[in-house]
Write a protein that binds this ligand. Structure first.
Ligand code: NAG
Ligand code: NAG
Length: 316
């Protein structure tokens, strides 16, 4: 290697060093003002910052792309922060935010937004719709009880994580049906998955429903043609004929479920799932409420019944 190459490499390394700056775990209570303007990747993980103000970042760091503000005490991000940056990945997990911050200055750059483990209680219209490049939002372990219909519209979300919130209704994700591939709503309080909410999600590949009070799963293999990964642990499943599709999954379909998933009928409580056959499920009626049951007739039985009727007719 000649001297020019060595100098070039050294220069390259110094440049990279200047672009990636970490101020981790230094007890900072605010963003320091004197950071290199070449900063591309800035980390303030694990400090005690409480507020982000426009003067912290506006028009100072034209190359700033990655900003890590996780594990601080941030309660507010003022309107109009981050002007003149090109942030595409913003992490704010483990802070004290109660609303989704206004990130208008990042409307055409932000791709990844991490807001897990804050105290956000709802997602409203206008909270995310303007983030036209947003592909991944992580809102796990907040206290979200409501996701307003249409609140993901206008984005390019392919990955939405709402695990560990307090959702009672399945969130409205129809506005992102052409981009959404991964949805995690594990550990919420969702009891029903309405078919009309999911029947246009043609590219959804992965769905996690673990830890919700769902007793009946719609026929996902029919409704979600691209689904290959399904997590349904800790569900109070009713094992009955409407679940027979779960015994007809292809080899490439990956399903995470409990060893003994049937909470009802009680006779199957202790029976491992692999000892329950598709035929056993097909014969088991589904209880809708105390006085209503659904009996599923498979096409084989349908045909037998038609033949019986035909046989009976000539005798009459
Ligand atoms: C910024 O200023 C503080 C105190 O004024 C100093 O301790 C720190 O080293 C400075 N940092 C840089 C990157 O210049
Ligand atoms: C998205 O939904 C619309 C109907 O609302 C449907 O026509 C379209 O095929 C869907 N696209 C994908 C990729 O799921």
């Amino acid at each position: 290697m000649d001297i020019l190459q060595i100098l070039w490499l050294l220069g390259f390394q110094l440049k990279v060093y200047a672009e990636v700056l970490t101020f981790q775990g230094q007890g900072l209570t605010s963003v320091p003002p004197n950071i290199s303007e070449a900063a591309k990747d800035l980390s303030f993980l694990g400090n005690a910052i409480t507020t982000i103000q426009p003067s912290d970042f506006n028009d100072k760091y034209p190359d700033l792309t990655y900003l890590h503000l996780g594990y601080n005490d941030i309660t507010s991000i003022e309107r109009g922060c981050f002007r003149g940056t090109i942030i595409k990945d913003l992490s704010l997990h483990y802070n004290e935010l109660t609303i989704i911050p206004d990130l208008q200055e990042l409307q055409s750059t932000l791709k990844v937004l991490k807001l897990g483990h804050n105290k956000i209680s709802s997602i409203l219209i206008g909270d995310l719709n303007y983030l036209t490049q947003l592909g991944h939002v992580n809102l796990d372990y907040n206290t979200i009880t409501s996701v307003t219909d249409g609140c993901f519209g206008g984005t390019r979300l392919w990955n939405i994580n709402l695990e560990g919130n307090q959702l009672v209704d399945f969130p409205d994700i129809r506005a992102v049906n052409i981009t959404l591939k991964i949805l995690n709503v594990a550990e919420n309080a969702i009891a029903v998955i309405p078919e009309e909410e999911i029947d246009n999600l043609e590219i959804l590949e992965s769905l996690s429903l673990t830890g919700n009070p769902i007793s009946c799963l719609p026929e996902f293999t029919l409704l979600l043609p691209s689904l290959t990964t399904l997590a349904v642990q800790q569900l109070p499943l009713q094992c009955c004929c409407m679940m027979a599709w779960m015994k007809e999954l292809s080899e490439s379909f990956s399903i995470e479920m409990d060893t003994r998933p049937c909470v009802s009928p009680s006779k199957w409580n202790q029976i491992p799932w692999d000892q329950i056959t598709g035929e056993m499920l097909r014969r088991e009626p589904c209880e809708i409420d105390a006085s209503h049951w659904i009996r599923c007739l498979n096409s084989f039985i349908d045909i037998l019944m038609i033949e019986e009727e035909i046989n009976v007719v000539p005798l009459m």
